[in-house]
Design a protein around this ligand. Structure first.
Ligand SMILES: [Zn+2]
Length: 660
């Protein structure tokens, strides 16, 4: 009852006085944990109990699969970076044993426990996986001369630890080839952990366009995506029963140093046969599915299918909450159908996340259900859209059929029916739902001030929102209180009550990212913005392999339009180390670049190295340092160059999300 009375007191106090003298938080919630998270309410406890009762939670099949083939397991996996900062620590999740606590959706708890199993496992003869050393899995395939490493995790540090476990128990063998299944960083960033030196002579296999896609997502939209990812993965949350428990796909991404090695062999068609270190592979090229560049493969001699990230033990994201281009549900489903057709004789399917599925009947049933989950989302969203429903109505109406719904691999641990149906809508119709009132509404802050005034003022909103909270209507309470917080960001009562509504929504979420998003929202309402932003410094090798044009495109997105008004400039950029030159033109507050010989009429010519450009981009070199540096050569007006750098915005990577 502590929480009930806590909220009641909070609302009373808030209704009485919203002035500057607001009491400390501890007086409101004596049962809060160290990060301020309050207890699950009776509504949340009921909702979670009901959700658990509707699922076959005692089915042990996945737990058996997650343990099957265990070769070796260290008691704990603790990995630190060279500077001592933690990269991975399984001890943080030791609390995930037994039944679900009341503050965690029982189905997410189940998934969290499954993802908590770490170790070296045999998938089938000659195929091993190291799981639980990162968000993703590393797969090792025994070649004639060494290991074919599939997807070397996110970070050099975790990849090295995972590879070391394999070496200790399977013997010392070199890396004879590497396969990157797709262009997401948790599948290639740790390459230096398995190939620390020169990679010459080691074939690197990847889907066509891998390098472009691997390097583009992080540069143009990387700042906002990284900030949003911190919510999606609960970066600031404690690992605890009222904090982060799992991402649904695995525990959470490792934060270590990331690298990239360019592929030497590309997969660009289906089926594409290849012999790698004496092992026969049949590749499926699956672009524009879960990732823009992706492949799967089949090992015919082992009857083993690697589904990369197209088939996993969760409903995946058609839209990812960190923000990314939406994915094509129809193609995604189509690739699984094609795989069933081509590799339907498989006796085991394994992937770059989660545990394998064995036995041809189970493999086929699993693949069909995965295929139909994405196709159902696609088809039924369009059916309802064509009947005039708008995205929020579709999301509310849609549920997987009973033949798919209770199967754990189709549950929304990562993606959800709600946000994935919106992604399908977005794919076809974009952001506008067709309702004129939604064409050009007031921006959030302006609207919030008016909503609060129309609803009778802050005290009245707080009182009514408190009633909604008491009634367990957390979605509605969050909507209303979000207006109040945007209207009065300093109103501590509003912030605390909104934090509590978010918290209960988080506790009831089956999706790891939904839980983390809500709990991160609650956390930032109570603790404010991060003090130390996510640094790009650990990604230097990745950025050094990023084509220069990506940085020039990113530079154009940093032009401060009002400062650039009326300015015209031409700059030559000559990259001496890679022998590329670009002419940059600024006019109409727009920066263009063309790859061509330097323009003799330019205001200034800069001879620079790509490495220095990366330092500039990662904030390890400032404009002044650059202009004064003798590492580069400047011809023409240094003043114009300084003026140009002054036009570039330096975005705050820790922008506000839950407040204006
Ligand atoms: Zn992944």
């Amino acid at each position: 009852m502590g929480c009930r009375s806590g909220v009641f007191l909070l609302v009373l106090a808030g209704a009485a006085a919203c002035g500057p003298e607001q009491p400390g938080r501890s007086a409101w919630a004596p049962d809060a944990d160290a990060q301020g998270h309050t207890a699950p309410t009776a509504s949340t406890r009921d909702a979670n109990a009901r959700a658990g009762a509707a699922l076959p939670l005692t089915d042990a099949q996945d737990f058996e699969a997650a343990e099957r083939g265990l070769v070796a397991r260290d008691p704990d996996v603790v990995v630190a970076a060279a500077d001592g900062s933690p990269v991975w620590d399984t001890r943080a999740y030791a609390f995930q044993e037994g039944d679900a606590p009341e503050s965690v959706h029982p189905s997410l708890w189940r998934q969290a426990r499954l993802n908590n199993r770490h170790g070296l496992f045999q998938v089938t003869e000659g195929v091993y996986q190291v799981r639980g050393y990162d968000l993703s899995n590393m797969t090792l395939i025994e070649g004639a001369t060494g290991w074919i490493v599939v997807d070397p995790l996110t970070a050099r540090e975790t990849a090295a630890a995972a590879f070391d476990l394999a070496r200790r128990h399977l013997g010392e063998r070199p890396v004879s080839a590497v396969i990157f299944t797709h262009s997401h960083i948790d599948h290639f960033g740790g390459i230096r952990g398995v190939l620390p030196g020169a990679a010459e002579g080691v074939p690197i296999v990847a889907p066509a366009r891998f390098l472009e896609e691997a390097t583009s997502e992080n540069v143009l939209a990387g700042i906002a995506m990284s900030r949003r990812a911190s919510f999606m993965y609960g970066r600031r949350l404690a690992r605890s029963e009222r904090g982060h428990v799992d991402s649904g796909l695995g525990k959470s991404p490792a934060f270590g140093s990331v690298g990239l090695v360019a592929p030497t062999r590309l997969v660009d068609r289906t089926p594409q046969e290849m012999e790698i270190d004496g092992v026969r592979f049949v590749f499926q090229y699956a672009p524009e599915s879960e990732a823009p560049a992706e492949l799967t493969f089949y090992l015919p001699d082992r009857k083993a299918f690697c589904g990369a990230e197209i088939v996993t033990h969760t409903m995946h994201n058609l839209y990812t909450l960190r923000g990314a281009k939406v994915r094509d549900a129809l193609r995604w489903s189509g690739y699984i159908d094609e795989a069933l057709d081509l590799f339907g004789e498989a006796e085991v399917v394994f992937a770059s996340h989660h545990w394998p599925t064995w036995g041809n009947d189970r493999v086929r049933a699993y693949l069909k259900r995965q295929r139909d989950t994405y196709k159902f989302l696609h088809d039924q969203t369009l059916r309802l859209a064509n009947a005039g429903y708008t995205p929020r109505e579709i999301a509310e109406a849609l549920a997987l059929p009973e033949s798919l719904r209770p199967h754990f691999a189709n549950r929304g641990y990562y993606g959800t029916v709600r946000h994935n149906s919106k992604a399908v809508y977005q794919w076809y119709f974009g952001w506008y739902d067709g309702v004129p009132a939604n064409l050009d509404p007031l921006p959030p802050r302006d609207a919030a001030v008016k909503y609060v005034a129309f609803m009778g003022g802050a005290a009245e909103v707080l009182r009514k929102a408190g009633e909604s909270f008491e009634a367990g209507e957390y979605r509605w309470a969050a909507t209303v209180l979000d207006h109040l917080v945007f209207a009065e960001p300093e109103n501590a009562y509003a912030r605390e009550l909104l934090a509590r509504a978010y918290e209960q929504l988080g506790y009831q979420a089956e999706s790891g990212p939904w839980r983390d998003v809500y709990l991160s929202g609650a956390y930032e309402l109570r603790h404010g913005l991060p003090e130390q932003s996510f640094s790009l410094a650990a990604a230097v090798e990745l950025l050094e392999r990023t084509p220069i044009e990506r940085f020039l495109e990113a530079m154009a997105t940093r032009i401060d339009a009002s400062a650039a008004e009326g300015q015209e400039l031409t700059l030559n950029f000559v990259f001496t180390d890679v022998d590329e030159s670009y002419v940059l033109t600024l006019e109409n507050a727009v920066l263009h670049h063309q790859r061509r010989e330097p323009d003799p009429q330019a205001n200034v010519t800069i001879r620079i190295t790509q490495a220095l450009l990366v330092r500039l981009f990662t904030g390890r070199a400032g404009a002044r340092e650059l202009v004064m540096s003798d590492e580069l050569d400047i011809d023409g007006s240094r003043l114009d160059l300084l003026g140009f750098f002054r036009l570039l915005d330096r975005p705050d990577p820790d922008f506000a999300i839950v407040t204006p």
